[in-house]
Design a protein around this ligand. Structure first.
Ligand code: UN1
Length: 511
C-alpha cells in the first residue's frame, strides 16, 4: 500500500510503531488500522504497545522528568515556543491529516491545528507567570508563602474528535509546568498522534530533552494500565462519561488525581427578542459543525413560543444548504461520522426519538454511501409538561448531528429544562435583553462550565478554562488558571528569627 502523500510530508509514511519516548520503539502489541471515514479506505496501520513497552516508556518519562523539572520554567517555555513554530510550519499538512483521519472539513481541521498553536503561545507566556501567594505569618520573624512544583509524568488520554488539540491543551501546559507527558490517543486516530509525536521528536532532540513527550497508541488495556499506575500522578481523560467514571474510580482508588472532560448535552435558549439570524447561524454551526461530534455540540434547542415557527423554518432552510461530502473538497460543511458504529448510533437515536413522540423536521437518514455519512437532523420534541420523562432520548449524548427542539413560555422554565440533564458542559442564550442574559448567567441560571450570550455552545477559545460540571466531570483544561491542575502546591514557612514561637500560642518549654 502506498502511503498518502500527507504522511510523507509529515515524515511518518513508513512509521508503524505506536510507542515512543523520544524515539520510536519496536512494539510488541496488536496492529491498529486507521480508516478514512469519508470512504472507508485504510490510511495505514500502527502497532500498539504491549504493557512491557508501556513500562519502558514510563521509565524514560520518569528519567526525563528528573532533569526537566529543574530546567527554569521560561526555558521550558522556549521549547514550547519552538513546538508552536513547528506546528505553524506544518499547519496545512496537519490539518489535512485531521480531515483524512477524523473526517473534519478542511477549515475545522486547520482550526484544530490553530488551537494547538494558540495553546503553545499561551503556555509560553504562562511559563513566566506561575506565581504563588505571599501569606501573613502569625509568628514574628516568619515568612510564609506558597510555591508550585511539577507533578511528574502526566497521562493524557484523548478522544478521536479532537485528535491533536486536546493533547496540546494538556501537553503544552503540563510541559511548561515541568511535567513530562505520556499520551494515549484514541486508537481511531493513530496517525494524527504519530504526526504530532514526530514533530515533538525534532523539538526534543534539538533541545536536549528527549522523553518529555511520549506516546502509547493503544486501546483500553493501555488506558487501564495508566489509570492504575501510581507513577502517573495525574490522569487527564477526555471521552465518554461511562469510561470517565471508571477512570476516575480507578485513579481515586490509588488517591491519584484525575482531570475529566466527559460528555456534554449542550443547549441553546432562544428568547422571543433574539436576533434570529444570529441564532440560526450559531445553532447550525453548533449542531452540524464537526458532524455533531464535539463535546460542545449543540444538542438541544429551547425556543420561546413566539418565535418557534420562524426559527425552526429558518433552521430547516439553513440545514438544506449544508453541503455534505468529501471533507477536503471546497464548500463541504458536513463530513462523515467517524465510524460505521457511529452511523448505527445515529440511526438508533432517530428511531427512538420518533418512537418517543418526536417529529422529524429535517434529515433523519443515513445515505447508503461508502463513507459514514448522515443527514443533519432536527427533531421537534413532543409537547408534554415533563419532557424529561416523555422524551428521554434528548437526555442522552449521541455523537451525531441531531438537534432536539423544545418550545417554552418563560425563561425560568427554559433554564430549568436546560439544567435538567445529567451533563453540564456548555450552554448559550440568544436575547437582546440584559435582564434575560444576566438571569441566565446568574447563580440561579445555567449550571454549565461554559455559559455564552449571543454565541453558540461550541468553538471555545483556549484562553478560558475549558470543562464542565456534573457528569461532564468537573475538570478544567487550557487557559485561565487551569495550569494549577498540573502542579502541586507547597506551603512554606521560614523562620528568620532566633527563637521558635509556636503557632496558636502553644507553649512547649524544655528543661
Ligand atoms: C471537544 O469536543 O472535546 O469548544 C473539545 C470547542 C473546542 C473544543 C472542543 N474548542 O468546541
Amino acid at each position: 500500500m502506498t502511503a498518502h502523500p500527507v504522511l510523507s510530508k509529515l515524515g511518518i509514511a513508513t512509521q508503524r510503531s505506536g510507542a515512543s519516548a523520544g524515539e520510536w520503539l519496536a512494539t510488541a502489541g496488536e496492529p491498529i488500522a486507521s480508516l478514512n471515514p469519508a470512504n472507508g479506505a485504510c490510511l495505514g496501520t500502527v502497532l500498539s504497545p504491549g504493557i512491557a513497552d508501556c513500562e519502558l516508556v514510563l521509565a524514560r518519562s520518569l528519567a526525563a522528568f528528573a532533569s526537566w523539572r529543574m530546567r527554569p520554567a521560561p526555558q521550558r517555555g522556549e521549547v514550547i515556543r519552538q513546538l508552536g513554530n513547528r506546528l505553524r510550519e506544518h499547519k496545512s499538512a496537519l490539518g489535512e491529516l485531521i480531515s483524512l483521519e477524523a473526517g473534519k472539513v478542511r477549515s475545522e481541521g486547520l482550526g484544530e491545528v490553530q488551537e494547538m498553536i494558540d495553546i503553545c503561545d499561551f503556555a509560553v507566556g504562562l511559563s513566566r507567570q506561575f506565581a504563588g501567594l505571599t501569606l501573613q505569618s502569625e509568628r514574628p520573624h516568619h515568612r510564609m508563602y506558597e510555591q508550585w512544583h511539577p507533578l511528574g509524568p502526566v497521562a493524557v488520554i484523548t478522544a478521536f474528535n479532537f485528535p491533536m488539540a486536546v493533547w496540546a491543551w494538556n501537553a503544552a501546559i503540563a510541559a511548561v509546568c515541568g511535567d513530562t507527558v505520556v499520551w494515549k490517543p484514541s486508537p481511531t486516530t493513530p496517525l494524527c498522534a504519530l504526526a504530532v509525536q514526530q514533530l515533538c521528536h525534532d523539538v526534543m532532540r534539538e533541545n536536549d530533552c528527549l522523553g518529555v513527550f511520549s506516546l502509547l497508541v493503544g486501546g483500553a488495556d493501555v488506558g487501564q494500565w495508566m489509570a492504575s499506575e501510581r507513577r502517573l500522578p495525574l490522569v487527564s481523560f477526555t471521552g465518554s462519561t461511562a469510561v470517565g467514571r471508571k477512570v476516575a474510580a480507578e485513579v481515586a482508588g490509588r488517591l491519584g488525581r484525575s482531570l475529566l472532560e466527559l460528555g456534554g448535552n449542550n443547549a441553546i435558549v432562544v428568547m422571543d427578542d433574539a436576533d434570529l439570524e444570529l441564532a440560526a447561524r450559531a445553532i447550525t454551526f453548533g449542531a452540524v459543525g464537526t458532524a455533531g461530534q464535539r463535546c460542545t455540540t449543540t444538542r438541544r434547542l429551547f425556543v420561546q413560543r413566539g418565535v418557534a415557527k420562524a426559527l425552526l423554518d429558518r433552521l430547516c432552510a439553513a440545514y438544506r444548504t449544508v453541503r455534505a461530502g468529501d471533507p477536503l473538497a471546497e464548500g463541504t460543511l458536513l463530513g462523515p461520522l467517524v465510524s460505521a458504529q457511529a452511523v448505527a448510533q445515529f440511526r438508533a437515536a432517530v428511531a427512538l426519538a420518533k418512537e418517543q413522540g418526536g417529529e422529524l423536521l429535517c434529515g433523519g437518514e443515513a445515505p447508503d454511501l461508502p463513507g459514514f455519512f448522515v443527514q443533519p437532523t432536527i427533531v421537534r420534541a413532543p409537547c408534554v409538561p415533563s419532557a424529561q420523562d416523555a422524551f428521554p432520548i434528548a437526555w442522552e449524548e449521541t455523537f451525531a448531528p441531531i438537534l432536539y427542539a423544545f418550545e417554552f413560555d418563560t425563561l425560568d422554565e427554559a433554564i430549568a429544562q436546560q439544567n435538567a440533564v445529567r451533563q453540564g458542559l456548555s450552554s448559550a442564550i440568544f436575547t437582546e435583553s440584559l435582564r434575560a442574559s444576566e438571569r441566565f448567567l446568574s447563580a440561579a441560571g445555567s449550571d454549565c462550565g461554559i455559559a455564552n450570550v449571543n454565541i453558540g455552545t461550541s468553538g471555545a477559545e483556549i484562553g478560558g478554562a475549558f470543562g464542565g460540571e456534573k457528569d461532564t466531570g468537573g475538570g478544567r483544561e487550557a487557559g485561565s488558571d487551569a495550569w494549577k491542575a498540573y502542579m502541586r502546591r507547597q506551603t512554606c514557612t521560614i523562620n528568620w528569627g532566633g527563637t521558635l514561637p509556636l503557632a496558636q500560642g502553644v507553649e512547649f518549654p524544655l528543661g
